[in-house]
Design a protein around this ligand. Structure first.
Ligand SMILES: [Fe+2]
Ligand SMILES: [Fe+2]
Length: 191
């Protein structure tokens, strides 16, 4: 395990602007424009991107759905249906992302570390991200679960929306950077 201050702005998933070999020694450069033309990309890398796209899409839909509910008249049928849908979508998203990270922590990241020891620092960052995201997911679960109650107020919806926006931002940052760290290693290994 390498040591860096994960809470520093340039590392923390909520504040950093990306990852690169200059930030994380040992990381392979990510040339996203070349990925589409790489025959190796169609295997596991494309699968990882599809999984991430599904997570990001669900997270964006949650933000849009909660914004729409805020515009519905209080106590209306539309509001009630929206609350039911977003309660389910939000809790499904939380459990889906928890499952995705658990699998990565138990299988994917140890596998990469064994095959690419030079990625130790980058993988440490991803593991820190997962811990940070776990806390955000727990907070989100609390905000989304109250949407099921018939008495959910506009304040509850606004709180869930704020939480969904935070989650969307850090999910997108983490999944993009995770691809930048893992995919170039695979493409290089099998080139
Ligand atoms: Fe991850
Ligand atoms: Fe992932």
């Amino acid at each position: 395990m390498s040591h860096f201050d994960y809470n520093a702005l340039e590392y923390n998933v909520a504040t950093r602007s990306g990852v690169s070999p200059s930030l994380l020694a040992g990381m392979f450069p990510a040339d996203r424009k070349a990925w589409d033309n790489d025959p190796q990309f169609l295997g596991w890398p494309a699968h990882l991107q599809r999984l991430h796209a599904a997570i990001s899409e669900g997270s964006a839909r949650l933000v849009g759905g909660l914004e729409a509910i805020l515009d519905e008249p209080e106590g209306s049928v539309q509001e009630m249906m929206g609350l039911t849908g977003m309660n389910r979508l939000g809790l499904d998203l939380v459990s889906h992302v928890h499952g995705h990270h658990s699998f990565e922590d138990a299988n994917v990241l140890p596998g990469f570390l064994g095959r690419f020891p030079q990625l130790a620092r980058a993988i440490d960052l991803l593991e820190n991200d997962h811990e940070f995201l776990d806390q955000a997911l727990d907070q989100s679960e609390g905000a989304f679960v109250v949407l099921r109650n018939e008495g959910a107020s506009k304040t509850d919806v606004a709180r869930a929306l704020e939480q969904a926006k935070v989650l969307n931002k850090i999910i997108n940052r983490h999944t993009y950077d995770e691809e930048d760290i893992l995919i170039p290693a695979v493409l290089k290994a099998y080139a």
